[in-house]
Design a protein around this ligand. Sequence first.
Ligand SMILES: [Fe+2]
Ligand SMILES: [Fe+2]
Length: 172
Amino acid sequence: MLDKKMELALNNQLEKEAFSSYSYLAMAVWCDQKSMEGCSQFFYRQAEEEHMHMMKILAYLIERNGQPIIPSIKKPKSDYKSIYDIFNQTFAQEKEVTQSIHDLINETQKLNDHSTQNFLQWYVSEQREEEAVVMKILDKIQLIGEGPMCLYYIDKEVEAINKQIVSTEAKA
Ligand SMILES: [Fe+2]
Ligand SMILES: [Fe+2]
């Protein structure tokens, strides 16, 4: 039986994943409306990934006889200064999620909950991969620059990175 404290902590994480999903959806729309299709595809896919992260926690709670709570989602930001701003916020958001996964694992250690710790290990590698992708994109944007003539090239770079992720996932 899942400890009540852990049930609450996992539900908090479930809410964070749901918010991430909505936040990426807002970013996808912003890019879509600016005809940055590579970036919008990246964020639409990312929104689906975060939904899947949420669903995995939900399924785990049910498996452990816990109670998943479907959260109400606060409205994500929908106005951004630039594409660099969007990816910077993405990076900040991912770092926050990484921290909360690490905090959760510390909690499992206190509670001697090896099952949940084992379950959360998947998220540790997922976060490491997601942070690496966003760092790579931020580096590319810095390399290319951000003037109006650069947006097309940034979009192409993100499109290529996104395609690479999709093909790696298809092989997995
Ligand atoms: Fe996530
Ligand atoms: Fe994420």
